[in-house]
Design a protein around this ligand. Structure first.
Ligand code: GAR
Length: 188
């Protein structure tokens, strides 16, 4: 069995989709969900789905020996960032394989401060013809790790940041769990 820990900062619709996808899966299980925001809806969602949910402080994350030991004692094979907004400290990058999803076609629209609706606003303001998602490994820099998968979608002339976000979310729901599954199958 391969164990996943999900890190998320917000609503957690991707986290929920991943939890549902791997429910009753023969080889992969979502062990726990971790959030840096006490009030994040993702913590409620995952609890409702029967997954252990944990809040952590900036201090626990930045001096992460205890968190890393806890994740190791849970035999975590993979950390999945699903709408997680802090830069991951090097200690985590060295200790775990980590995958992130980004709601644009990297290297465009990446880096610090480029997340969620800010990304979609920029894409719409620039009148780009296409956007998409990038699923990638996490290294020590924001949005710079090796790409595992990119999927494109059109940006329509009358799109708002919200309509584009909805299209991107659909792509994320369709492709993220399977990209995680494929990655784990290739690396055991
Ligand atoms: C997702 O669109 C994800 O790609 C994005 O945040 C959203 C979270 O939605 N991540 C980033 O922008 C990371 N830089 P969710 O909480 O409903 O899953």
């Amino acid at each position: 069995m391969r164990n996943i820990a999900i890190f998320a900062s917000g609503s957690g619709s991707n986290a929920e989709n991943i939890i549902r996808y791997f429910k009753n899966h023969p080889d992969v299980r979502v062990d726990s969900v971790w959030s840096n925001k006490k009030e994040a809806f993702v913590l409620q969602r995952s609890k409702d789905l029967g997954i252990e949910s944990r809040y952590f402080t900036r201090e626990e994350f930045m001096v992460p020996d205890r968190m890393i030991r806890e994740l190791q004692s849970r035999n975590i094979d993979l950390i999945v960032l699903a709408g997680f907004l802090w830069l991951v400290p090097p200690e985590f990058v060295d200790a775990f394989t980590i995958i992130n999803i980004h709601p644009a076609l990297l290297p465009g629209y990446g880096g610090k401060g480029m997340y969620g609706s800010f990304v979609h606003e920029s894409v719409v303001n620039n009148k780009d013809k296409e956007s998409g998602i990038t699923i990638h490994l996490v290294n020590r820099e924001y949005d710079k790790g090796d790409h595992l998968l990119q999927v494109k979608c059109p940006v329509l002339p009358d799109d708002t940041p919200d309509t584009l976000a909805a299209r991107i979310h659909e792509l994320e729901y369709q492709f993220f769990p399977r990209a995680i599954e494929d990655f784990l199958n290739r690396n055991h």
